[in-house]
Design a protein around this ligand. Structure first.
Ligand code: NAD
Length: 485
């Protein structure tokens, strides 16, 4: 019997599901059981061509609609997503293995927020009037054209919406390629947009590995590429986009610092460290995986952290009581287990976890290492799994320098009751998305993105509009033209 997660077909182009079984089969594995629940096929060159030519043609008409009309479609799509939140959350859980307890509140809901927010902004994307005596200049905010979105596997619904919603609000069309690991949810986003009234071809989904992504990025008809992925992939995609002088947004990896001063409220700080390391089993780009704890509260912090981490409920992700799910794939589990071994070998002190959980599926116990030093592998490389490194520090000056000593710069957090210090420390940290007495909040109203190797551009907020549109300026002369001859 066909599993309920199996989509009607692999791709969604020009308003309908499209199949081409000549493409490489991509098995979809449910991470909680290891069972294959669906198959999709990578896009063949014919499918890529169909998606790009359709999106190119659809964009012109979409951009001619008023912002109010485009916004209405996006807001209607947001309503449909919220009505179907339960089913979409179940699909997100099948796609990623994340527990339903999380997907019910963080995926389709976050996607709907983006559709609603950018739907609301669409009608207010105006230019300026710049008076110059009798003459004047006016500016227009125009769409870029055809945009390509490429997703990572941790938030398949959210990533499709965070890219699709601002792109469409500005009058662009999009071809979106989900991660080959989680290909299911973006298809539902495409289906819902059509149901909400988006013209066929405005938002298309094609499946495939890096090769399909590469074919999209290098096509001369594409005006912009927005990638969520790792730094090595980001470097390749950024370089390929530069060849064609295309706009880019790069949302890449991180190894973010979370700094806890000894005056912090311990339970809030522990809560921040848990949210910043164990949500989605640690598969979150902005995670605060280097937890710097001031020496005065170190042992108290570790004791409380171990106690609360022991309350994690590992189990069937479809059971709403489960609060901690598996790694997305067996491969990702093995990568993370490799890092845990490195942590042990290099002399970090294991506080809790540290091994694969004794159950079906790709579960790793939430793991905390203490006495981690700056040069250890687990403190330098992005692990993308439930492995928290706790490091000690003495002074503010020292911790800021150590926190910044990384190629990454996605996020940073600070816990302290001293507000002057909180703002000063955040001001000195090299990171794009920061938190004071909190960690990992990502409301659509706030810009999201990194500095240094963690990326360029910003998603969400009014900033995203700037990255999906361009300004045309028009000089208007009222008098005669003076010329030298
Ligand atoms: P990945 O870099 O392996 O793949 C990302 C996407 O790029 C996939 O869809 C993949 O098929 C595609 N791709 C790979 N090679 C390509 C190429 N040459 N040309 C075009 N496309 C190509 O990343 P992943 O393993 O899916 O996700 C994990 C990484 O993503 C982590 O580093 C994580 O930090 C990062 N991430 C960042 C954010 C953010 O917003 N900053 C969010 C989630 C994940």
């Amino acid at each position: 019997m066909t599993h309920p997660a199996q989509p009607k077909a692999s791709h969604f182009i020009n308003g309908e599901y499209v199949e081409d079984t000549a493409g490489t089969p991509i098995p979809v594995i449910y991470a909680a059981t290891g069972e294959q629940i669906a198959t999709v096929y990578a896009a063949t060159p014919a499918i890529v061509e169909q998606a790009l030519s359709t999106a190119k043609a659809a964009q012109k008409e979409w951009a001619k609609m008023t912002g109010t009309e485009r916004g209405r479609v996006l807001r209607h799509a947001a309503d449909i997503m919220r009505e179907r939140n339960h089913d979409l959350s179940v699909l997100e859980t099948y796609d990623t293995g994340k527990p339903l307890q999380e997907t019910l509140v963080a995926d389709a809901t976050s996607g709907a927020d983006a559709l609603e927010y950018f739907g609301g902004l669409a009608a207010s994307l105006t230019g300026e009037h710049i008076p110059l005596g009798e003459d004047w200049v006016y500016t227009k905010r125009e769409a870029l054209g055809l945009c390509v979105g490429i997703g990572a596997w941790n938030y398949p619904t959210q990533i499709a919406c965070w890219k699709g919603a601002p792109a469409l609000a500005c009058g662009n069309s999009m071809v979106f390629k989900p991660s080959e690991t989680t290909p299911l949810c973006a298809l539902k986003v495409a289906e819902i947009l059509i149901e909400a009234g988006a013209p066929a071809g405005v938002f298309n989904v094609v499946q495939g590995m890096g090769e399909v992504g590469g074919a999209l990025v290098t096509d001369p008809r594409v005006d912009k590429v927005s990638l969520t992925g790792s730094v090595p992939t980001g470097k390749k995609v950024y370089a390929a986009a530069a060849e064609g002088m295309k706009h880019v947004t790069m949302e890449l990896g991180g190894k973010s610092p979370l700094i806890i001063f000894d005056d912090a409220d311990i339970d809030n700080a522990v809560g921040g460290a848990i949210n910043g390391n164990f949500y989605s089993s640690g598969q979150v780009c902005s995670n605060g995986t280097r937890v710097f704890v001031q020496k005065g509260i170190k042992e108290k912090f570790l004791a409380r952290l171990a106690e609360r981490t022991g309350n994690a409920i590992l189990g069937d992700p479809m059971d709403e009581a489960t609060s901690f799910g598996p790694m997305v794939t067996e491969n990702q589990m093995n990568i993370v287990l490799g890092y845990i071994e490195k942590g042990k070998e290099e002399g970090a002190r294991l506080i809790c976890g540290g091994k694969r959980a004794d159950m079906d599926g790709y579960f790793i116990e939430p793991t905390v290492f203490a006495d981690v030093t700056d040069d250890m592998t687990i403190a330098r490389e992005e692990i993308f799994g439930p492995v928290m490194s706790v490091l000690d520090f003495d002074t503010e000056e020292e911790v800021v320098a150590r926190a910044n000593d990384t190629e990454f710069g996605l996020s940073a957090g600070v816990f302290t009751k001293d507000f002057t210090r909180a703002h000063r420390v955040i001001g000195n940290l090299e990171a794009g998305s920061c938190f004071i007495n909190s960690y990992n909040d990502a409301p659509v109203e706030a810009p999201f993105g990194g500095v240094k190797a963690s990326g360029v551009g910003r998603e969400n907020s009014k900033e995203a509009i700037k990255h999906f549109s361009q300004v045309k300026s028009v000089y208007v002369r009222m008098g005669d033209v003076e010329a030298a001859f």
